[in-house]
Ligand binder design. Structure first.
Ligand code: PXL
Length: 446
């Protein structure tokens, strides 16, 4: 369960929590304390949920759905603090408190006159509390400028009656190329530190909520606090690294990246593997394999580099009567065909799969009759492009598609020592296979 504020820009608060819970595979209930009218630059208005209704949300949800963990974010007012304390004081599972005092855009998210009550009544409920540097300073009244200060601040916070303190060092107080987060756990004098390279991303909205929601999720799955700390740390690192620009202010962290990345890459591998097997069973395909062999690739959506594109390790080989593939499908396994696909996605973002086949007159004739084709001449390459490994494919594909952006096939007729080649594009491997079948049928019957 998360007890927190709604963020209409959907980067922080309840919205960040529910995305994080869902991405990590736990079911989250949402009890809303406040509604914020918010964008990536500011909060223009805040409405506190009326006490009676707030209490009804909490009571009704708890009556039926017992949370393994409760996460507390923005509480804002005295009356809400009071209700939360009264209802959760006998709650037996872990409570994660994210002591949100300000928004990333600098707006107060806890009433001035609620702060002492928050310290007295909410912080002691926490199994773990997750302040950033500024929040840790305000709660502990210690100025923090290094790791030793973090330890001092944590020992002040322990006096309020919490079991674990995690101080997040990511905000720009301790300017360094590294970021240090510290967990002060049961053995209070031996903090657990995690140091990451500071990412070169602008100030990001939502990471604090993602972090505390991730800690809550891992605790709910049964990990101990130390493992939850490590797992949440690397999860948020990915979310931060892949943050997105949705408005004109702060970037927004991307807690769903983790889930999409894992599931999409899995799907890509399986689909490509199926299609490579289908290619192996396709009689006569060996006749389309060029001297330099064939690769067959499939990428995740919006690939950024070779590592986002799966291919056949060692390529598909012609054995004269059939083909052989080493049957290892891997991300980053193809250089040339992936390069062609990366260039082609600039013209058609739906192209995610490609294969290279032999180029001879009869194959080109069949292709010209069946597909939208374009071509380039390698003899027009400049010396610089020729010398830079991989750049001639990018140059050629871009040139050919620049002339005919809706083409689905690009070929070139080779150059001195360079084999002529055809590259066929499609939305997915099945689409590419279908095109291969068309070529093969006419080629074999000729
Ligand atoms: O990031 C802290 C935070 C938490 N909860 C809500 C917020 C914010 C920051 O803007 O709006 C509702």
């Amino acid at each position: 369960m998360t007890i927190a504020g709604s963020d209409s820009s959907a980067g922080a608060g309840i919205q960040a929590d529910i995305k994080t819970f869902s991405a990590l595979g736990v079911y989250g209930t949402t009890v809303i304390t406040t509604l914020t009218a918010q964008n990536t630059r500011t909060i223009s208005d805040i409405m506190i949920v009326p006490s009676k209704f707030f209490k009804n949300q909490l009571v009704t949800t708890l009556e039926d759905i017992q949370p393994d963990v409760v996460k507390i974010g923005v509480l804002y007012s005295k009356s809400i603090i009071n209700i939360v304390k009264n209802i959760l004081k006998n709650f037996n599972n872990p409570i994660v408190v994210d002591p949100v005092l300000f928004s990333g855009t600098g707006i107060k998210l806890l009433d001035d006159d609620s702060f002492e009550q928050f310290k007295r009544e909410i912080i002691p409920l926490s199994y773990v509390i997750t302040p950033n540097l500024k929040e840790a300073e305000l709660i502990s009244k210690i100025n923090i400028s290094n790791g030793r200060d973090m330890t001092k601040a944590a020992s002040e916070i322990f006096k309020l009656g919490v079991s674990n303190v995690i101080i997040k060092g990511g905000h720009d107080r301790i300017r360094d190329t590294k970021v240090m987060d510290m967990l002060f756990g049961d053995k209070k004098n031996e903090p657990h530190q995690i140091v990451n390279e500071r990412l070169k991303v602008d100030e990001t909205h939502g990471t604090g909520c993602n972090f505390s929601a991730a800690i809550a999720s891992f605790l709910a799955k049964g990990y101990n606090i130390s493992d939850s700390f490590k797992l949440a740390n690397s999860y948020v690192y990915e979310a931060l690294k892949n943050s997105i620009k949705v408005g004109n202010g702060l970037l927004v962290s991307n807690p769903l990246y983790h889930m999409y990345d894992n599931s999409e890459k899995y799907k890509v591998l399986i689909e490509l593997q199926d299609s490579v097997s289908a290619l192996e069973r396709m009689s006569n395909f060996f006749k389309l394999i060029p001297e330099t062999k064939t690769n067959f690739v499939y990428s995740i959506e919006k690939p950024r580099n070779f590592d986002d594109i799966a291919g056949v390790l060692g390529r598909v080989t012609d054995l004269g009567i059939n083909i052989r593939t080493p049957n290892v499908i891997k991300f980053g396994a193809s250089f040339h065909v992936s390069n062609a696909l990366l260039a082609a996605t600039k013209f058609n973002s739906l192209f995610r799969s490609a294969i290279n086949i032999r180029n001879n007159r009869s194959i080109i004739k069949i292709c010209e009759n069946n597909f939208r084709c374009t071509s380039y001449s390698r003899t027009e390459e400049t010396e610089i492009i020729k010398k830079t490994e991989g750049s001639s494919i990018k140059w050629g594909i871009s040139k050919a598609l620049g002339q005919k952006p809706d083409a689905e096939l690009v070929y070139h007729d080779g150059d001195f020592g360079k084999e002529p080649m055809v590259i066929l594009f499609g939305q997915n491997p099945k689409d590419v296979l279908q095109k291969i079948r068309i070529v093969l049928q006419e080629y074999v019957n000729n």
